[in-house]
Design a protein around this ligand. Structure first.
Ligand code: SF4
Length: 94
């Protein structure tokens, strides 16, 4: 981890108060991150790539299995579209 993600915070829709990304990733009492981590953080940074790198392949698959199927695929599509938009914007600046 480069530390940037560690410092990110947001309002948790479940708790109603601010939480750090670290809290969501090292979800207390669980072996996996919070099941809403992709949904909550995809707009802030490439949380999918981060978790693929941070978790074992098996744990990443288990995390995806905790998500409602339709929601995961639509989230992954949104993440992919956002990445494509960012890449297009970056290449247009150059
Ligand atoms: S990932 Fe979970 S703990 Fe973190 S903000 Fe979202 S709902 Fe709250």
């Amino acid at each position: 981890m480069n530390g940037r993600e560690n410092r990110l915070q947001k309002r948790c829709p479940r708790l109603g108060g601010p939480v750090s990304f670290r809290y969501c990733r090292d979800f207390p009492g669980e072996t996996l991150p919070c099941g809403k981590i992709l949904e909550c953080w995809w707009e802030d940074f490439d949380v999918e790539a981060y978790l693929k790198d941070y978790l074992s392949e098996e744990d990443f698959s288990r995390l995806l299995q905790t998500q409602p199927k339709g929601k995961v695929s639509s989230l992954l599509e949104l993440i992919q579209k956002a990445q494509e938009t960012a890449e297009t914007a970056t290449s247009e600046k150059e």
